[in-house]
Design a protein around this ligand. Structure first.
Ligand code: AMP
Length: 402
């Protein structure tokens, strides 16, 4: 069974075609600058393998339908294509950012589901409309092929009220659904299942702290395979320090900024989302540049940004161990989590009292597969490459099989 995974943004979309019999990715790509005078399509056949072939197409894509039509042409091209015709796409899995309280599981998309995704637009005004347009394009171009919506928020819907409610007037929750939802749920769920497999436990028996550390960062407290708390909130701005997002700050800073700098809410929002985090502290948001700056150029700001980033993660690990109880493992995943040995060493330093101790040599080795870097402490420290597309495809298959 071939599943086409679509992650649709406002002016771009990513896609990946996965053969679910082997779980191999047949091809993946990105269509960007939709609606601009010149668009770009980057396509990879057999991505991530030794046989990977990459090519680009530069042409205008007036809308998502035009972009998707070109993708279909490439997928079915007699020379470069990976399928003969559209009928070899058996299902489509869509990433949808915000499922609100409506969706605690992935679902087959019908008109009721589309309307509910639409109803959740106020909670994700940038993402849900784009996700919906991806669904509409797929339904137009692949009539009769089932579409499944897989929500970033669904894994976190098991949080108890004491974790997801904010200490605000209850009326605001009732009226506007202001609460913690959490994001990156597909990644947290994927690494939870992989960690259980690695540890030889059942998925509903594993206790973990999962750290998804990429440009966006979030952590989850996982008890018996279920999320009981997570660091992102009503929006992805909360929690850890990120590439350009501030994470948790004193909320009184917002009115203070408005009063003392005369900034509008929009301007403050832009500072918190785009000019803060690592970038705000040291001017760089890619951890590789930060390491070069602090280690090779003695850049104090880069050093401070790195220490602040790690300090928050350490704090959340402590908090989540207190929340979950004895854990089997701390899991690192995503761009920084999987690749940054400096970050892992700093976060896990002086954590023996919590049963966390890593083997520095193993930590410094790159392998690209799920593995442990523990040095015999009670708690395993795992690096697990995330694969959100595969998780979406798997959820799609599971939903369709009922
Ligand atoms: P993601 O959002 O998961 O794609 O992660 C992207 C981030 O991973 C980039 O912004 C980098 O900061 C980080 N990253 C990728 N490779 C490395 C590396 N070798 N060392 C440290 N950070 C890395």
């Amino acid at each position: 069974m071939n599943v086409l995974v679509i992650n649709s943004g406002s002016s771009s979309f990513k896609y990946q075609l996965i053969d679910m019999n082997t779980e191999a990715s047949l091809c993946s790509g990105l269509v960007e600058r939709i609606g601009e005078t010149q668009g770009k399509l980057t396509h990879k056949v057999m991505p991530g393998t030794a046989e990977e072939k990459k090519f680009t197409v530069e042409q205008p894509f007036p809308d998502h339908v035009a972009g998707m039509k070109t993708v279909v042409d490439i997928l079915t091209d007699p020379e470069r294509g990976v399928i003969k015709d559209k009928s070899e796409i058996h299902a489509i899995g869509h990433r949808v950012v915000q499922g609100g309280e409506t969706f605690s599981k992935s679902v087959v998309v019908d008109s009721v589901v589309r309307a509910a995704i639409h109803d959740n637009i106020p909670l994700a005004p940038l993402h849900n409309p784009a996700n919906l347009s991806g669904i509409e394009v797929a339904q137009e171009l692949f009539p009769g092929v089932p579409s499944v919506a897989v929500f970033d928020t669904e894994f976190h819907q098991t949080m108890p009220a004491k974790a997801y409610l904010y200490p605000l007037p209850t009326s605001l929750y009732k009226e506007l659904k202001i609460r913690r939802y959490g994001f990156h749920g597909t990644s947290h769920r994927f690494v939870t299942k992989q960690a259980a497999k690695f540890l030889g436990k059942k998925a509903d028996e594993v206790n973990l702290v999962t750290c998804h550390l990429g440009n966006g960062c979030s952590m989850a407290a996982v008890k018996n395979g279920q999320c009981i708390d997570t660091s992102m909130g009503m929006t992805p701005l909360a929690g850890l320090m990120m590439g350009t997002r501030c994470g948790d700050i004193d909320p009184a800073i917002l009115p203070f900024l408005a009063e003392n700098k005369g900034l509008t809410i929009k301007e403050i929002d832009a500072i918190l989302n785009k000019e803060s985090g690592l970038k705000g502290v040291c001017g760089m948001n890619d951890m590789r540049d930060i390491h070069t700056a602090r280690l090779e150029k003695g850049d104090d700001k880069a050093q401070l940004a790195f220490e602040m980033f790690c300090y928050r993660i350490k704090q959340y690990i402590g908090a989540y161990i207190a929340t979950v109880g004895p854990i089997d493992a701390v899991v690192f995943t995503a761009g920084v989590g999987e690749n940054d040995e400096y970050m892992r060493a700093e976060v896990c330093k002086d954590m023996e009292h919590l049963g966390i101790e890593i083997d520095l040599e193993e930590n410094n080795t790159r392998r690209g597969v799920a593995r442990s870097i523990s040095k015999g402490g009670k708690v395993q420290v795992l690096i697990i490459p995330t694969n959100e597309e595969l998780e979406i495809a798997q959820a799609t298959v599971d939903v369709l099989k009922g």
